[in-house]
Design a protein around this ligand. Structure first.
Ligand code: LLP
Length: 412
């Protein structure tokens, strides 16, 4: 099986020794299983096989070029949210006609880049934005394809910081206004309104909100097409969550089963924008224990990774399984924390774990999505290395930053 598994007690990535990588690359490092990323993508793709479809990987989850390139080779499209992601997607070989551009505020430069590349669609979130796309496309002598991101006012049940489908969120266009935009499409001579899109949030762990979103999109598409709109795509966004264990997770097959009944008869191409579901479980952050601090009331395992390397616990109270790579001690209860001077710098609290010694390695699991991608240089800490395990070996796909990297853009 691809991914992380214990072999004779030791946690390995696709059978490869993590202590060996640690010796050669240093810690902390992110390690990804290419085989599991590919398997996740193929599984997602297969789940939608009964309709014309395109899986547009949400690059924000993990934009490492090696990962994007591996997905490009499998025929993935991309969901990009910035000029930088657009350029990276193109350089990794994702054809422009497989790229959608999302985001609530695109700059003129970004619109220009994307219109010039003739991407599959801009996911537009306001009339003003469509006007801008129209102007820019016109100046290039082009016609841009635009999908309207609608806001269905659905509670995704996810953390409030990553729930995006409610009326009071900044995202999308309400359905009444979307109808009006389609009626007045003639106002935008350099835009073709080719699709509808919705994305109601991330880390969604139950099918109902996603099924309801598909239902609303399908019903609006049917109505608009009856009124003469020539739609081509229906984009369900991303959002499929990843629970602590695979058994508790919501599978791509269950997701497809929940949304497809409403979409099958439409004869539109179904786009999806999964990020987390493709990469989360395929990545771990390997960190070295600096020491164990036994306090009056609590034990602390202090690691060489910190909140700058993995922000999710501090920002979203996210729970990531943490385990010793080679367990040896007796179980005890401890907080696992980074060295940064903030109480928020923790990975887990009151966690039962085999008591490690200084120098032991811990693996923080399910961090392939929004792990490295959200890391920073806070505290002047160089960002971690990223390693891709493939073909029975590994490759450093982003070297660890150095002090020179940290100060390169600064002037005394
Ligand atoms: N499409 C759009 C328009 C999005 O905004 C997002 C994520 C996705 C697709 C991909 O969603 P996914 O399948 O990965 O759930 N930093 C947060 C997650 C933020 C997600 C933002 N949008 C975290 O660490 O949980």
């Amino acid at each position: 099986m691809a991914g992380f598994e214990r072999v004779s007690g030791e946690l390995k990535c696709d059978g490869l020794s993590l202590p060996r990588i640690a010796r050669e690359v240093g810690t902390p490092f992110y390690v990804y299983s290419r085989a599991l990323i590919e398997e996740n993508f193929r599984r997602f793709d297969r789940a939608f096989a009964q309709v014309p479809h395109l899986v547009c990987y949400a690059m924000k989850a993990n934009g490492n070029l090696a990962i994007v390139k591996a997905l490009a080779l499998l025929g993935a499209g991309a969901d990009v949210v910035s000029g930088g992601e657009l350029r990276a997607a193109l350089e990794c070989g994702i054809p422009p006609n497989r790229i959608v551009f999302s985001g609530v505020g695109k700059t003129e430069t970004e619109i220009l880049l994307a219109a010039d590349a003739e991407i599959l669609a801009f996911n537009a979130e306001s009339e003003r934005e469509i006007e801008k796309i129209d102007e820019v496309a016109g100046s290039l002598g082009r016609t841009a394809s635009v999908a309207l991101r609608v806001n269905p006012d659905i509670d995704s049940g996810s953390h409030p910081y990553i729930a995006t489908g409610l009326k009071h969120n900044k995202f999308g266009i309400d359905i009444a206004r979307a109808r009006r935009i389609f009626r007045e499409a003639g106002r935008f001579p350099h835009v073709r309104l080719t699709g509808l899109q919705a994305h109601i949030g991330s880390q969604i762990l139950e099918p109902a909100p996603l099924a309801e979103t598909a239902r609303q999109l399908a019903s609006l598409a049917t109505e608009l097409m009856a009124g003469g709109a020539s739609l081509e795509t229906l984009d369900l966004g991303g959002g499929l969550g990843v629970a602590e264990t695979e058994e508790k997770s919501f599978s791509p097959e269950a997701y497809a089963a929940a949304v497809l009944p409403d979409l099958s008869g439409l004869r539109l191409k179904v786009l999806t924008e999964p990020g987390r579901a493709i990469v989360a479980r395929a990545g771990a952050l390997v960190t070295c224990v600096l020491h164990v601090k036994e306090g009056e009331e609590k034990n602390f395992v202090v690691t060489d990774a910190a909140m700058n390397d993995l922000l999710r616990p501090a920002l979203y109270q996210a729970m990531h399984p943490i385990e010793p790579v080679v367990p040896r001690g007796q179980p005890f209860i401890a907080d696992i924390v980074g060295p940064i001077c903030e109480t928020g710098d923790f990975f887990v609290r009151d966690h039962s774990i085999e008591r490690p010694d200084a120098g032991d390695l811990l693996a923080i699991r399910n961090v392939g999505a929004y792990g490295f991608a959200m890391s920073s240089n806070y505290n002047f800490r160089p960002r971690a290395a990223e390693v891709l395990v493939e073909n029975h070996g590994y490759r450093v796909v982003r070297r660890r930053e150095t002090y020179e990297d940290l100060v390169r853009l600064e002037r005394e």
